[in-house]
Write a protein that binds this ligand. Structure first.
Ligand code: HEC
Length: 152
């Protein structure tokens, strides 16, 4: 709880992040803050529409070239759908596991570093920003219609 409160205060204090995206409200069903699993204990944390909107913006700026609509254009067998995220080794269906992947992308079986995805060092995105990005992906994978299709 205290974490969620802290998160919303931080976001509220930064006008640059204040915009709420209509897609987030409508398709991510985030008029109220949404609970997302943080780690494999399935403990959850709340993410607000503002935080998810920042995640969507970051995704749009840096990821849609290869991952439009949650697909993976260079490798369509590995989209950002919930099923694909859950099937990875280790699974990528929590905020922390997604953040770990984004800090160091790995191949699907977890055996080696992947040169194909875009790595996000701390010098580029802070922990808070990369968590919002991960939260957007996770919520979209859970909720957004048509997200992460592997056939197109
Ligand atoms: C140049 C193309 C490219 C860009 C840009 C890119 N990715 Fe990827 N991404 C890939 C490829 C290819 C894979 C599969 C990697 C592999 O298995 O080696 C992948 C895999 C992933 C996965 C794992 C999918 C799964 O089913 O387990 C996630 C999550 C992901 N990318 C998120 C992102 C995010 C977030 C960004 C933006 C910061 C991003 N990617 C930018 C190409 C890209």
């Amino acid at each position: 709880m205290s974490l969620a409160l802290c998160g919303s205060l931080t976001v509220g204090s930064s006008p640059a992040q204040a915009a709420v995206d209509a897609y987030v409200l409508r398709y991510l069903d985030a008029k109220e803050p949404v609970e997302l699993a943080i780690d494999e204990t399935r403990e959850t944390r709340l993410f607000s529409a503002t935080q998810l909107s920042e995640g969507k913006r970051l995704f749009g700026e840096s990821c849609t070239n290869c991952h439009v609509g949650g697909a993976t254009l260079p490798d369509p067998t590995q989209p950002l759908s919930l099923k694909a995220l859950q099937g990875a080794m280790p699974p990528r269906d929590t905020v922390e596991s997604l953040v770990a992947f984004l800090r160091q992308p790995m191949t699907y079986d977890g055996s080696e570093e992947s040169p194909s995805c875009r790595q996000i060092p701390e010098t580029w995105l802070s922990q808070e920003k990369v968590e919002n990005l991960a939260a957007f992906i996770l919520r979209a994978a859970q909720k957004a219609p048509g997200w992460g299709t592997s056939s197109f």
